[in-house]
Design a protein around this ligand. Structure first.
Ligand SMILES: [Zn+2]
Length: 113
């Protein structure tokens, strides 16, 4: 499961930030996940719960915010939102597309003290 690797990397980042900010407890981790990232959000929650078990993050809440996927058609030179996960241009029905946004997973904020 691809998501477990992401959680691992995420928690490494969170630990580093905790060290820098001298946080002793993390109450909440907020992630932004793009619609085009291919990440299955339910797996992210499951993976987090599994990985956090028995660690300092056991009581930490994971919150996920979705970032809309925006695509660009290289033929029509237009941007349009992703709809129904279909990678197709609504004007020319072509597939010569680039991703404008929504490809990444980013750590938005860490709340704790
Ligand atoms: Zn097009």
């Amino acid at each position: 499961m691809h998501e477990l690797g992401l959680i691992d990397a995420l928690l490494r980042t969170v630990r580093r930030v905790c060290g820098e900010e001298k946080l002793e407890r993390v109450d909440r981790i907020v992630l932004e996940v793009g619609e085009l990232s291919g990440i299955e959000i339910p797996y992210l929650y499951d993976g987090f719960n599994a990985v956090a078990q028995g660690t300092e993050f056991e009581e930490t809440e994971l919150a996920v915010e979705t970032v809309p996927g925006i695509l660009h058609c290289n033929e029509c030179d237009i941007d349009f939102p992703l709809k129904d996960q279909e990678l197709i241009c609504p004007e020319c029905f072509g597939k010569n597309l680039s991703i404008v946004s929504g490809r990444d997973m980013t750590l938005k904020s860490i709340e704790g003290n």
